[in-house]
Ligand binder design. Structure first.
Ligand SMILES: [Zn+2]
Length: 239
């Protein structure tokens, strides 16, 4: 194979690897984003349950205050009843007492109902807390893994950039400029493999002459359909 083609194939393979880093970094970053989103959701659910428990406890406190107040009221009405002489006053007091008792019954029922809800919610919040703790430790282990992955990628990147530098120094400058021009639009498929007499850049079939030129590999051949630089793997060409 012509030295220029050989070097371009090598350069193109390095460029492909370099280009693959960003998607790898993005994918790694995505893992963190996803796990953080899950954690955030779990935190939201936990806070909601805790908020409900707190609000019910506040209501219970209010009902208990009301019970104390009504209890006092009943005690007072017992005192009052000793001084009452008329039947009309007696009736009015009895109505007052009934209302107070009704309110007390309602308050007691509400306290029982809210306590029952809170007992269930407490179990729910404990389960949710367990899930949250698990997610939190998962998140930090994912973050640590991703950090490792990223630093591995960085190390590989540095190695490949130095390989690229070395290769570039060897490539003929005109050939390099030609490659870069194609790379501008073709990205990392600027150098395309030919298989079964087809360009694997655009997947179009090559005519016999072009195919023969590519196999001979005496000079750089481009695809007549898409303009990419073509090469064949030696084994597949049977040479
Ligand atoms: Zn092509």
């Amino acid at each position: 194979m012509n030295k220029n083609i050989q070097e371009l194939v090598q350069l193109s393979s390095i460029d492909k690897k370099i280009d693959s880093f960003q998607p790898q970094i993005d994918a790694a970053q995505m893992k963190i984003t996803k796990s953080n989103a899950k954690l955030q959701e779990a935190r939201g659910r936990l806070e909601k349950i805790k908020g409900l428990i707190a609000s019910n406890e506040q209501k219970i406190v209010t009902y208990e205050e009301q019970l104390r107040f009504l209890g006092e009221q009943l005690k007072n009405s017992v005192k009052k009843s000793r001084d009452i002489s008329s039947e009309k006053e007696m009736k009015a007091l009895a109505i007052e007492e009934d209302i107070a008792k009704e309110k007390m019954t309602f308050a007691n029922e509400e306290i029982a109902r809210l306590q029952e809800i809170n007992a269930k919610k407490l179990i729910e919040s404990q389960e949710e807390q367990g899930g949250f703790d698990l997610l939190e430790s998962e998140c930090s282990s994912i973050a640590a893994d991703v950090e490792n992955e990223k630093s591995q990628i960085e190390t590989n990147k540095i190695g490949l950039f130095s390989d690229r530098e070395k290769t570039i120094r060897e490539v003929d400058q005109k050939v390099l400029a030609f490659y870069e021009k194609i790379r501008n639009w073709a990205g990392n498929s600027a150098v395309a493999l030919v298989k079964k007499q087809a360009c694997y850049g655009c997947y179009m079939k090559l005519n016999d002459k072009t195919y023969a030129d590519v196999i001979r590999a005496e000079e750089i051949t481009t695809c007549p359909h898409c303009g990419r630089i073509l090469y064949v793997e030696r084994e597949s060409a049977g040479i």
